[in-house]
Design a protein around this ligand. Structure first.
Ligand code: BES
Ligand code: ZN
Ligand code: ZN
Length: 488
């Protein structure tokens, strides 16, 4: 679906945003008069009170300049943050996207607001239906595009461009998470990343042979029970000053997580096709940065494996040697994400020399219990980084919530046989997972871990801007954080 900006447009649907408790906007007056006051009537009868995202549809009389008028609740004007604006755009698409009409004009005075509403429209228009062979025609989207009409078309267009790029990143991340695990496995994932070179990214892919040479026994241990070859992909965006250290983004890419020999229960296991959500977030961010030609140096690294039970799979009790040299007693083969990240974090520091690292991973079921589906868990010892990421989360609508770390939690990883074990016991499962990762990051490295297990996908009810199973969480948050902190 295409988003356009213009000073006026002829379209089948004419949509208007109303302030909660406010009057019909001036742009709507001609339709109101031509229909004998139907818009005024719709704005003040029934339960429509212009709460953010409410929709009222008015059938216009024959001969009107449009076939339908649509009123969208804008909520109180002073409460219109990024999330609300996106919801306004998203609600419109949810209600009119498959209405049978092809064209719409959408009137909103403020150019900056128009841009973020346009982003909300695109987020809501996402579909993942390539695998249906029998589609019901009346369920298919009909709207080809929306023309946003604001008081400054040029400013709205310019403001939309970075949002548009970020949404491209979200789409890419959603596609990767939604894809079934027989289609998206480490090698095919890496192929899709190599295709990003057309956008100006530099992409390098390492296979098992190269990773063995590097001593990445922790990541390779997870993949050894799978017939699919493990991969690590490195994506570089050089948009900043030459020689300036990059920001590193590291992602967990477990293309399917059966749990391994510590096998997961059968019910709901299909969700584990999304266990590469961290890698998808990193990949989507890299695409967003390239699409808007970000003025920063950023490197994205993803560890791509499949966690399968097999005669050759790692066992509880096995001791793995990571690339950092530290040894790990595997007590549960289902705590595999941290084993993958340990080696990718090591590689990021030793080979890319970053000035800061953020890792993203669908790491623990415990974070879903703690925060549900509305915030990712944030773990760091770096207060400034925590604040900057929290702020970027509020602005982008992809929110994070900080949890504590500390030596008391780290102690729970003690092993009788190796430098550490890969689980901490029942208590504070998300925190001990973060403490495990911290052992693979230099003490003076600004580093933050985001546990996105609760937000990468949601099976229940969701916002109109999140229409498929995969949310595509990450690119909008990280893109915002980089724009605010590393492009000055
Ligand atoms: N991929 C899972 C975490 C997960 C669970 C993500 C639910 C999304 C939804 C991870 O690899 C895992 O299995 N973690 C274990 C760790 C435990 C064995 C210490 C968990 O959370 O149960
Ligand atoms: Zn697992
Ligand atoms: Zn996992």
């Amino acid at each position: 679906m295409k988003i356009r900006f213009a000073a006026e447009a002829k379209a089948e649907i004419a949509a208007f945003v109303l302030d909660e408790g406010g009057k019909l906007p001036v742009a709507a007056h001609q339709f109101d008069e031509a229909s004998g006051g139907l818009l005024t009537e719709a704005a003040s009868t029934g339960r429509f009170s212009a709460k953010a995202g409410q929709v009222a549809v008015i059938v216009l009389p024959k001969g009107s300049a449009a076939k339908r008028a649509v009123l969208i609740g804008g909520g109180p004007p002073d409460k219109r943050d990024g999330r609300v604006l996106e919801r306004i755009g998203g609600s419109f698409i949810k209600s009119q996207g498959a209405s049978g009409f092809k064209t719409a004009s959408f009137h909103i005075g403020d150019a900056e607001m128009a841009a973020q509403i346009g982003a909300g429209m695109r987020l809501a228009a996402y579909r993942f239906d390539a695998y249906f062979t029998k589609k019901k025609p009346d369920a298919l989207p009909s709207l080809n595009g929306v023309t946003l009409i604001s008081d400054d078309t040029k400013a709205a267009k310019a403001a939309f461009a970075p949002f548009d790029a970020a949404v491209d990143g979200t789409y890419f991340a959603r596609d990767l998470v939604n894809e079934p695990p027989n289609v998206l496995y480490p090698a095919s994932f890496a192929k899709r990343l190599e295709a990003l070179e057309t956008h100006g990214l530099e992409v390098e892919v390492l296979g098992e042979k190269e990773m063995k040479k590097l001593g990445m026994g922790s990541l390779l241990g997870v993949g050894q029970g799978s017939v699919k070859e493990s991969k690590m992909a490195i994506m570089r965006w050089h948009g900043g000053k030459k020689g300036e250290k990059p920001v590193a983004l590291v992602g967990k890419g477990v293309c399917f997580d059966t749990g391994g020999i510590s096998l997961k229960p059968g019910a709901g296991m299909e969700d584990m096709r999304g266990d590469m959500g961290g890698a998808a977030a990193v990949s989507g961010t890299m695409l967003a940065l390239a699409r808007r030609k970000a003025k920063a140096n950023v490197v994205g690294l993803v560890g791509l494996v499949e966690n399968m039970p097999d005669a050759d799979a790692i066992r509880p009790g096995d001791i793995l040697t990571s690339a950092s040299g530290q040894t790990i007693e595997v007590q549960n083969t289902d705590a595999e994400g941290r084993l993958v990240l340990a080696d990718v974090l090591w590689y990021a520091q030793t080979h890319e020399k970053p000035k800061a690292i953020v890792d993203l991973a669908t790491l623990t079921g415990a974070i879903v219990v703690s925060l549900g589906h509305h915030h990712a868990g944030l773990f760091t010892g770096h207060d400034e980084m925590a604040d900057a990421l929290t702020k970027a989360g509020q602005a982008s609508g992809e929110r994070v919530w900080r949890l504590p770390m500390g030596a008391e939690y780290d102690r729970l990883l003690k092993s009788k046989f190796a430098d550490m074990r890969n689980i901490g016991g029942r208590a504070a499962g998300s925190i001990t997972a973060a403490q495990f990762l911290k052992r693979f990051v230099a003490d003076d490295m600004p580093w933050t871990h985001l546990d996105i297990a609760g937000v990468a996908w949601v099976n229940g009810e969701k916002e109109p801007t999140d229409p498929s199973w995969a949310s595509g969480f990450g690119p909008r948050l990280l893109n915002q954080w980089i724009a605010d902190n590393y492009e000055g």
